[in-house]
Design a protein around this ligand. Structure first.
Ligand code: ADP
Length: 183
């Protein structure tokens, strides 16, 4: 099963992705985690991504696609995967459709809907390096302009499912389980 988790910063994508990944035994691919580890290891990609991430912008499609493509096509992803934080632009979504193998097409895009004002506090409490109020504002702006256009993109394909993210973690998971109909 191929799943995309979609939603604004702080909507709980990472938490739910971990849960689904364990329940279905499929890898959790978080581009945010991959990029943060590239930054920590000071790799070439990390050095290019650092400044952009610190400002709350988007790392170039070229870089992100290069790290996701290898991962998604690797052997442990042949039975499925869950993408968290990718795609984030329509171009990324189009490229993803193009490079997936036969039988790897996306089954579910789970859109976790939240209220921006309420999650601002969640993010500040989380306290990651890019969770400072000014940067968070930029990440929301980036989300609204670059990532929201993916909603009609996946609606047209009939695979977009809305999940209410403004409830307890367990309740969100319950809703996801119902949509996936598997565990
Ligand atoms: P959040 O969901 O809280 O915004 P992530 O961990 O998914 O956090 O992403 C952190 C940062 O990593 C983003 O603000 C962005 O700079 C970069 N990033 C992650 N995924 C992508 C992507 N698919 N395309 C471009 N940049 C990305």
């Amino acid at each position: 099963m191929q799943i995309i988790l979609f939603g604004p910063p702080g909507c709980g994508k990472g938490t739910q992705a971990t849960f689904i990944s364990q329940s279905l035994s499929i890898p959790h691919l978080s581009t945010g985690d991959m990029l943060r580890s590239a930054v920590t290891s000071k790799s070439e990609i990390g050095l290019k991504a650092k400044e952009i991430m610190e400002k709350g912008g988007l790392v170039s499609d070229e870089i992100v696609l290069s790290i996701v493509k290898d991962r998604v096509l690797s052997i442990d992803c042949q039975k499925g995967f869950i993408l968290d934080g990718f795609p984030r632009t329509v171009n990324q979504a189009e490229k993803l459709e193009f490079f997936l193998n036969n039988g790897q097409s996306i089954d579910f895009v789970l859109r976790i809907k939240v209220n921006e004002e309420d999650i601002l506090k969640r993010l500040i409490d989380r306290g990651r390096d890019d969770d400072k109020p000014e940067i968070i504002k930029n990440r929301f702006k980036t989300y609204n302009s670059e990532t929201e256009p993916l909603i009609p993109f996946y609606e047209e394909r009939g695979i977009l499912f809305n999940i209410n993210g403004m409830q307890e973690i367990e309740k969100v998971s319950e809703e996801i389980k119902k949509v996936l109909g598997v565990f």
